[in-house]
Design a protein around this ligand. Structure first.
Ligand SMILES: *[C@@H]1O[C@H](CO)[C@@H](O)[C@H](O)[C@H]1NC(C)=O
Ligand SMILES: *[C@@H]1O[C@H](CO)[C@@H](O)[C@H](O)[C@H]1NC(C)=O
Ligand SMILES: *[C@@H]1O[C@H](CO)[C@@H](O)[C@H](O)[C@H]1NC(C)=O
Length: 290
């Protein structure tokens, strides 16, 4: 008995040091929109289904916020004619100067490609979109979408391939999200005013209800407990595994994968959109990106 207790205590210590939030959807999230359209009961609370129909979409958010770490989810997107729907998966703080890290999946008519839309807001400023097609059908199976966020960089991963990096250039006057805890959000909604071919293709409600499926939500991340977390979560230490040097920059193999994605699947990069910013391309675009 004593041995078992000692074992459990050690186990608790290990778990809390790894900052692993056993992040079953049913335990760590709540429904914020469309209570009749979201379910977290499947597979012992491990599965989340979000539904969109003519009456409502649906959304969930994590109960707690995080600062740095790895946020992971497996997602199977709305199959068939999903034009006009957007499935969103993002981290966000609150307030007017909020930080945000986005994955959004823009649906399409059957057989046409989804767009993965990424963006980041720092201190309330967004407009840093990059968009990609995928190298697989994201509606046929679950795929792994992970946001890796530490004091030096943010990496968006799809099935462990990095598709985007946003590095910390605070020392050059470019804001970086490192002082506000962010919660995790997922939603499915009608965005047919912009999503598919820029809003030209509307939702076909005869295909409703639309369902996006999520599994395996894991937040291996530092829990946000207010401003004290800014130093606690950012300090370089073994417990803060995300501060390990191996995560401060992509390996050359990972950089090769990122380049492959950019060369073959990238369809929009705000850094190349000279018309949009009146010639004033944002400063981070001139600095090494990854
Ligand atoms: C946000 O962007 C605007 C326009 O580019 C800029 O004037 C402002 O300084 C930015 N704010 C921060 C906090 O970076
Ligand atoms: C998802 O991808 C992340 C980032 O590469 C990885 O750490 C994690 O183990 C993957 N999860 C699954 C279930 O494959
Ligand atoms: C939908 O398909 C069209 C035609 O192939 C393509 O131009 C567009 O980028 C696709 N995705 C979205 C979200 O519009």
């Amino acid at each position: 008995m004593a041995v078992l207790q000692a074992f459990l205590i050690v186990l608790c210590i290990i778990v809390s040091h790894q900052n692993l939030v056993d992040a079953k959807f049913s335990k760590s999230m709540y429904i914020t929109w469309g209570a009749q359209h979201a379910t977290m009961q499947g597979n012992g609370g491990e599965d989340l289904n979000l539904v969109l129909d003519p009456f409502s979409g649906s959304a969930v958010q994590s109960k707690r916020g995080f600062l740095f770490g790895s946020i992971e989810m497996l997602i199977k997107l709305v199959p068939g004619n999903s034009a006009g729907t957007v499935t969103a998966y993002y981290l966000s703080s609150t307030g007017t100067k909020h930080d945000e890290i986005d994955f959004e999946f823009l649906g399409n008519i059957s057989g046409q490609p989804y767009i993965v839309h990424t963006n980041i807001y720092t201190q309330g400023n967004g407009s840093k979109e990059q968009q990609f097609y995928l190298w697989f059908d994201p509606t046929a199976d679950f795929h792994n979408y992970t946001i890796h966020w530490n004091p030096t960089e943010i990496v968006w991963y799809v099935d462990s391939l990095p598709i985007r990096v946003f590095r910390n250039y605070e020392n050059q006057g470019i804001a970086y999200p490192n002082k506000q805890g962010m919660r995790v959000y997922s939603s499915l909604w009608n965005a047919d005013n912009w999503a598919t071919r820029g809003g030209l293709v509307k939702i076909d409600w005869t295909s409703a209800p639309f369902t996006a499926r999520f599994q395996n939500f894991r937040a291996r991340a530092c829990k946000w407990n207010g401003d004290i977390s800014i130093s606690q979560c950012g300090t370089t230490s073994p417990a803060n595994w995300w501060t390990s040097p191996i995560y401060s920059q992509l390996s050359s193999a990972k950089r090769g994968q990122l380049q492959w994605v950019r060369d073959n699947f990238m369809i929009y990069d705000y850094c190349k959109d000279t018309k949009r910013f009146n010639g004033q391309i944002p400063p981070e675009c001139f600095i090494q990106q990854f």
